[in-house]
Design a protein around this ligand. Structure first.
Ligand SMILES: [Zn+2]
Ligand SMILES: [Zn+2]
Length: 240
């Protein structure tokens, strides 16, 4: 079985760990694949991919982007080019598909992130051509919303279920993950297509909470702020 963390931020957006730190942690956590999914940029993912090759790490890097669309955050996996923010979610999903990528509705029902204009697409999940839905988001703030997302998906959307840490610190990498038959990016794509993915968690909520607070209080993260993918009141995206 493969084990992939499909939602990781680095210093290229609002994370506190650089791509190298993320990769080493991923290897130690037994992940065979990671998606580096910075807000509104693929530069961190490209840097991670180069490093993984140079260091000959057994960790595949998926080039991804968590796009701030006008309707909420949308994750593009397997991208070739950056996607600009502030398009509608529908246009963003189309652009992801044009590149041969997969579109994921991340934290679709997060009430917490919505407070900071960093929410998900909510029930647009049903209307757009998403390939998968993040039913387990590793952030401490998302645990209740995860239940709702999972129930909604089983009842209504019926998409492939993914787990991602939404890590903004090195300790959080791998705290939530996706398990799939086989290993490697091609088989992961196939598993998503056949809805054969499963989600998992490796870290207790308390450990996640203390790690998160420590990093936040140390001022190492810029969550919900300039680089955090928030839409401003005027409809712009800050920090890009
Ligand atoms: Zn987000
Ligand atoms: Zn995120």
């Amino acid at each position: 079985m493969g084990k992939a963390d499909l939602h990781i931020h680095t210093t290229y957006s609002d994370g506190s760990a650089d791509p190298g730190q993320v990769l080493l942690r991923a290897r130690d956590a037994g992940l065979d694949t990671v998606a580096i999914a910075d807000h509104n940029t693929i530069e961190g993912a490209l840097a991670a991919r180069r490093l993984a090759a140079r260091w000959r790490l057994p960790v595949a890097v998926i080039v991804a982007e968590e796009v701030s669309t006008a309707d909420g955050h949308v994750l593009g996996l397997f991208l070739e080019r950056p996607i600009r923010p502030l398009l509608s979610a529908a246009a963003t999903v189309d652009e992801i598909h044009r590149q041969g990528g997969l579109a994921v509705a991340v934290h679709p029902f997060s009430w917490w992130l919505r407070l900071f204009r960093c929410g998900g697409v909510a029930r647009l999940v049903e209307r757009l051509q998403f390939d998968a839905i993040e039913t387990v988001n590793g952030a401490v703030t998302e645990q209740l919303a995860n239940f709702r997302t999972k129930a909604y998906n089983r009842r209504v959307a019926r998409l492939a279920e993914l787990g991602g840490s939404d890590a903004h610190t090195v300790e959080a990498v791998g705290q939530a993950y996706t398990v799939y038959p086989g290993r490697g990016q091609a088989l992961l794509r196939q598993a998503i297509y056949h809805k054969a993915t499963r989600t998992g968690r490796s870290r207790g909520t308390m450990a996640a909470l203390t790690g998160f607070l420590k990093s936040y209080l140390a001022g190492r993260m810029d969550l919900y702020g300039p680089k955090g993918g928030a839409l401003t009141a005027g409809g712009g995206v800050t920090g890009i």
